[in-house]
Design a protein around this ligand. Structure first.
Ligand code: AMP
Length: 275
């Protein structure tokens, strides 16, 4: 595995690859969720590139940029064992210069739900993903459905800017008890972790309701809210939208995402279910 922090040596290694390239951009503190993306990239491509970059422009003032978990040594080993060919660990100055041109997330889709709670987050996310997709020149890039709105916005960016890369959505990986894996789970105390299970529990309940024929968003949201409210510190939203993030009054099978965001203690968690 080639490990590099400099764009010049990254580009040299990238250019030495023949065949197809699969790319997995991450912010590190790698867990089984990331690993599932890397494994899939390994299966589907001749070469696999992983980047680890905690992107400052997607964090808002007062968010956890400074304390975001950094586990470089462990991450390297995980990538090595997973058969990654090229690991890129750029410093901020390898990615950004002063007075950059900017990318704005779309007005509606980029500023509801996560975009409403974290205004500007998706602008910064799209900016860095555009850069990383361009510098990797990958054939396929792998993103988790865990960050559903992010995934849909990246697909839109690729479409709107006629980018050639294929975006591959990957299933959410969970702990045995249902908690969606996240680098931020390390912030949770054992008590908070127990309360955080209410997110996946509410989604499981929603899935059961849909299976038994319930379609009304209002009914499903009310049941979910009832499960979440006693457990979470602050319920941000429970939303039922179509695959384009338009709110749905009724669940449409095969075209619906049910989303939840909540703070447990100081930690903000998201989870969702595609039905
Ligand atoms: P992050 O390091 O949080 O920026 O995540 C990097 C990629 O891993 C993103 O595409 C995430 O959606 C994906 N990811 C994070 N957690 C999970 C999970 N539990 N299951 C599947 N994909 C995930």
């Amino acid at each position: 595995m080639i490990i590099t922090r400099e764009y010049a040596s990254f580009a040299e290694a990238r250019d030495s690859f023949g065949g197809s390239i699969g790319f997995v951009p991450t912010m590190g503190a790698l867990h089984e969720g990331h690993l599932s993306l890397i494994r899939r990239a390994r299966e589907e491509n001749d070469h696999v590139i992983v980047s680890i970059f905690v992107n400052p422009t997607q964090f808002l003032e007062g968010e956890d940029l400074d304390k975001y978990p950094r586990r470089e040594e462990a991450d390297r080993k995980i990538c090595e064992l997973a058969g990654v060919d090229l690991l890129y660990l750029p410093s901020i100055d390898q990615i950004y210069e002063e007075d950059e041109l900017s990318i704005s997330a779309p007005k509606i889709r980029g500023y509801i739900l996560e975009g409403a709670s974290r205004p500007g987050h998706f602008d910064g996310m799209l900016q860095v993903v555009m850069k990383l997709l361009n510098l990797s020149r990958a054939d396929r890039a792998y993103f988790g459905k865990k960050d559903a709105q992010q995934l849909v916005l990246i697909q839109q960016m690729v479409r709107n800017y006629f980018m050639k890369v294929q975006i591959v959505p990957c299933e959410i990986v969970r702990d045995a008890d249902g908690l969606a894996l996240s680098s931020r789970n390390v912030y949770l105390s054992p008590e908070e972790r127990r309360r955080a299970l209410s997110l996946s529990r509410s989604l499981k309940r929603a899935a059961k309701l849909v299976q038994s024929g319930e379609r009304k968003s209002e009914v499903i949201r009310a049941v979910m809210t009832g499960i979440l409210e006693p457990e979470v510190t602050e319920l941000d939203y429970v939303a039922i939208v179509d695959r384009n993030f338009r709110p749905l009054e009724e669940v449409e099978l095969g075209n619906t995402i049910i989303l939840v965001a909540a703070k447990v203690g100081e930690t903000r968690l998201i989870d969702n279910l595609w039905v």
